[in-house]
Design a protein around this ligand. Structure first.
Ligand SMILES: Cc1ncc(COP(=O)(O)O)c(C=O)c1O
Length: 438
């Protein structure tokens, strides 16, 4: 089946250069393991786990079967004042792999919804404890927390914010951690920049801690172009939050479910947040789902008042959807079968070596890595930011490799089932594309 371009008008595509796309559509029609197939029958190596989500690779039999069976058994169950058994089962299973204490699970349908949920939970938590003045939310420059109003308010990617008015009030940002002058070409965690966390002290001085509810950061900032936290930075942020009674939220929508070498980034970096947002890998990308993992003390603070009253006025029609729960349970089984949630730790040296072999290729100004995440930053074309990387994306697609670019950074986040031969193919294809783009 090749694309009928006359039928491409109605679909307004998300985060896409629509006009460019529709001139030469890139259509995926099948997927299995490490590969997609396009509408022309070409095999395309998946260098980004779909969109940082298909961590166990495509078309995993247990997950496919679970979704099929669930659709026939219980297609929907209302989640308000009602439930179905798999919602509890999945929450219990998740609570077994979350970092210590994060054992209360609130289900959503996406990363963006998880972020909104966590932000609301943080503000409401302080209120139910009698600290209702703590409403301010602190994000970080270059952060990505989805696309809803809360998420873009605490987010720090300019293009995602500038078109959309004044956003939430009472939000501020600490500085980002990118420091190429000191950290370019760091292998793994960069050495310099723990002190960037002290920027939170500056905001505490400005606003007073008694007005601040929470700080939200991605342990590894992904969408902005793969920024790895400097050695000691997240711990310092944790310490400052503790000192001032501020909740720390980790947005683990991409670092969750094995991406950095442990089930969660919190474990890789040895820092436990008060709230954690996840999505994507929770169902291996097969059915939309997200979740917020809360420390029990946060959950328990709400469990007061008359028992017949709703404690937290928040939720979605599709929270804990039966298909998503079935997919989530089968996904956890699939991760366990292949020991996948720690596989990135076993593959990361080989992946890092291959990635850093690109450092002397034309226009490469930085290479960054952790677990099975890679970022290759390029010198922009004069006066045309993002174009060089986009050209490389198109070239790689042409050669049968799917990568992702953001600005002039190439991001890689392959399925955790990746083998040496796939790593070689990714790097060879990229090397060729970098040279052709010189
Ligand atoms: C850190 C982070 N938070 C939130 C989101 C938003 O997730 P979704 O696209 O599922 O709404 C993303 C998506 O990439 C993300 O990387």
């Amino acid at each position: 089946m090749s694309a009928d371009v006359s039928k491409l008008d109605a679909y307004w595509m998300p985060f896409t250069a629509n006009r460019q796309f529709k001139q030469a559509p890139r259509l995926l029609t099948q997927a299995d393991g490490m590969f997609f197939r396009d509408d022309k029958g070409r095999e395309v190596l998946d260098g980004i786990a779909g969109l940082w989500c298909v961590n166990a690779g495509h078309n995993r039999p247990k997950i496919v079967q679970a979704i099929q069976q669930q659709a026939a058994e219980l297609d929907f169950a209302p989640p308000f004042q009602m439930a179905h058994p798999k919602a509890f089962e999945l929450a219990e299973r998740l609570a077994q792999i979350t970092p210590a204490g994060l054992n209360r699970i609130f289900f959503t349908n996406s990363g963006s919804e998880s972020v909104e949920t966590a932000l609301k939970m943080a503000i409401a938590y302080h209120r139910v404890r009698g600290e209702g003045a703590r409403t301010r939310l602190i994000g970080r420059e270059r952060g990505y927390h989805g696309v809803n109003f809360g998420g873009i308010s605490v987010g720090g990617m300019v293009a995602n914010r500038k078109m959309f008015g004044s956003l939430l009030s009472g939000v501020d940002h600490i500085r980002h951690t990118h420091d190429p002058a000191r950290n370019a070409f760091s292998v793994g965690v960069p050495q310099h920049g723990a002190e960037f966390a002290d920027d939170l002290e500056r905001l505490v001085q400005l606003h007073d801690a008694s007005t601040i509810a929470a700080v939200i950061v991605e342990p590894v900032a992904g969408s902005t172009g793969v920024l790895i936290p400097p050695q000691g930075y997240l711990q310092r942020l944790r310490d400052i939050c503790d000192k001032h009674g501020i909740l720390l939220i980790f947005d683990e929508v991409i670092t969750g479910f094995g991406r950095t070498g442990n089930p969660f980034g919190a474990q890789t970096f040895g820092v436990t947040p008060d709230l954690m947002t996840v999505a994507k890998g929770i169902t291996n990308g097969c059915v939309p789902m997200g979740a917020v993992f809360a420390q029990q003390k946060i959950h328990d603070a709400f469990m007061t008042g008359p028992e017949h009253l709703i404690e937290f006025f928040h939720g979605y029609t599709y929270s804990a959807h039966p298909l998503a729960c079935a997919a989530g349970l089968a996904t956890l089984d699939t991760y366990a079968d292949g020991d996948l949630l720690t596989r990135a730790a076993r593959m990361q040296d080989e992946f890092a070596k291959a990635l850093h072999s690109l450092r002397d290729e034309p226009n490469v100004i930085d290479v960054r890595n952790i677990g099975l995440v890679g970022g290759i930053e390029l010198k922009p074309l004069d006066g045309q930011p993002a174009k060089r990387a986009f050209n490389i994306f198109l070239d790689c697609w042409d050669k049968g490799l799917l990568i992702r670019t953001t600005g002039d950074t190439i991001a890689l986040s392959p399925p955790l089932i990746i083998e040496s031969s796939h790593i070689e193919r990714i790097i060879d294809t990229l090397r060729g594309a970098l040279r052709r783009a010189a």
